[in-house]
Write a protein that binds this ligand. Structure first.
Ligand code: SF4
Length: 291
């Protein structure tokens, strides 16, 4: 049974203006505050949402669903706020945190966006639960589902994300979404110790595009918010994966396997929403796009 305590809240707003790392988006959308997955490298642990949490509980021991999330989004949609919005859902929680199975807040928000489509929507998750909503997602014109797959090694995954779904399930999730006609992205973020050739081969088959990030570029603080995870890498004997530039060799392997047009890097890669409006990028036409 989950030890996470649930603190429902009435939120004042559901769309938050972006800045900083997610500058390619106009808003983030977080149906939940807090997250049940408890990844050891989660940079949100070091942010005010955790440091100032009123429950005084460790990260992932609490979650606060915004019970009026759908209503708030409906109101925003009626005021035309979605028409020009480029939305990242979510940056400090997972929209398919296990509680979503029963609360359906993300699902409700997707239904609103089906009737009032934003200019672009990225759904960022690590949960196969997202496939439950594939029919709703497929109704939104400029959408991509981005699934976090930071390694191909299940033992590494268990060290850093003990409460998260298996890697095999995530690969299967991308395949199901793609078969449903939904654009897919694999977020290799943060890159963890892996066999990059094998991971690139696995993702080539199921992701239209891949974004690779590392602990130094991706935490928005030059690695300072990732200090605990970097220490964990060293304690586990992954010294060479704990230094700046450790992702460079993997990036080259991915580019050579998928083609540069299908591989985004860190901040620039996450903020490139232009490809959403160009139609799916398939393996067979990637070489044409590169030229
Ligand atoms: S799923 Fe995302 S928000 Fe949740 S703990 Fe993991 S990294 Fe943090």
């Amino acid at each position: 049974m989950s030890r996470t305590r649930v603190f429902p809240r009435e939120a004042r707003s559901i769309l938050t203006r972006t800045g900083g790392f997610l500058h390619g988006f106009t808003h983030t959308l977080q149906p939940y505050v807090g997250c049940e997955f408890s990844c050891s490298y989660c940079y949100v642990r070091e942010m005010p949402v955790q440091k100032l949490n009123p429950y005084r509980l460790p990260w992932s021991d609490w979650i606060s669903p915004k019970r009026n999330a759908v209503e708030l989004l409906e109101r925003a949609a009626e005021r035309g706020k979605l028409d020009r919005a480029r939305i990242f859902c979510s940056s400090s929680t997972d929209p398919y945190t296990p509680l979503e199975r029963s609360l359906e807040l993300t699902r409700g928000c997707l239904a609103v966006m089906g009737s009032h489509p934003p200019e672009a929507l990225v759904l960022q998750t690590r949960s196969p639960l997202v496939t439950r909503d594939r029919e709703l997602i497929a109704r939104i014109p400029s959408v991509v589902v981005s699934v976090t797959i930071p390694t191909d090694d299940e033992s590494v995954r268990r060290h850093f994300e003990p409460n998260s779904p298996s890697l095999a399930k995530r690969i299967e999730t991308l395949a199901i979404l793609r078969a449903a006609g939904i654009r897919t992205q694999a977020a290799v973020s943060p890159l963890l110790p892996c066999d990059p050739e094998r991971l690139a081969e696995q993702l080539d088959a199921v992701a239209d595009r891949v974004v690779i990030d590392d602990f130094f570029r991706g935490d928005g603080a030059g690695g300072r918010r990732s200090r605990a995870a970097i220490r964990q890498l060293r304690e586990l004997g992954f010294e060479r994966w704990s230094r700046p530039g450790y992702a460079d060799a993997a990036v080259e392997i991915f580019r050579s396997r998928l083609g540069p047009g299908r591989v985004g890097i860190s901040e620039q890669g996450f903020n490139d929403t232009g490809w959403l409006r160009q139609g799916p990028v398939r393996a067979e036409d990637a070489s044409v796009r590169e030229g």
